[in-house]
Design a protein around this ligand. Structure first.
Ligand SMILES: [Zn+2]
Length: 162
């Protein structure tokens, strides 16, 4: 059974929009740990947000299912302890959606620019209001995530027609 959209979003949000194996935010796909062909259910417990590379490496290997589930649980727990700013997660969710839209051929440069500007503003305000060096570093690291999103977008963005 395929995952309902709500399960996919939940799985990605819990992983802070990062691949649960490589912990990077590049084109996440929510994969079945036990595949649909083997009646793997479309529920959260069977869901692993993976990047394309990790899916190709591990997604079809039955011997790696237990390991994949453990990697996912570890990352979900790690993210749950991060006390992430909901505004930051919302921006990541919008970026994630944007990647899907671009891949599907729906893209507006203005939309990308708006989102990037909002994310930069959010990072700047986080840096400004931080009260410790750790807080400054954490707020600034949001821009790293954004850069990897942009890098991912760059690969699928249609080339200008000549
Ligand atoms: Zn990955």
């Amino acid at each position: 059974m395929d995952f309902p959209e709500s399960v996919k979003l939940d799985a990605k949000r819990r992983a802070h929009y990062q691949c649960v194996v490589r912990r990077r935010s590049v084109f996440l796909h929510v994969r079945h740990i036990v595949p649909q062909e083997e009646d793997g259910p479309g529920i959260l417990d069977n869901a692993a947000p993976l990047c394309v590379e990790c899916h190709d490496l591990h997604g079809n290997d039955p011997t790696k299912r237990k390991w994949l589930r453990e990697a996912r649980d570890f990352w979900w727990e790690h993210c749950a302890k991060q006390d992430a700013d909901p505004a930051g997660l919302t921006l990541l969710a919008r970026f994630d959606q944007l990647q899907t839209d671009v891949t599907a051929g729906r893209r507006e440069l203005a939309e990308v620019k708006t989102l990037v500007v909002e994310q930069l503003r959010w990072a700047i305000s986080g840096v400004s209001s931080a009260s410790t060096a750790q807080g400054v570093a954490q707020a600034a690291s949001a821009t790293d995530v954004q850069l990897s999103h942009l890098e991912a977008l760059r690969h699928v963005w249609p080339k200008p027609s000549t």
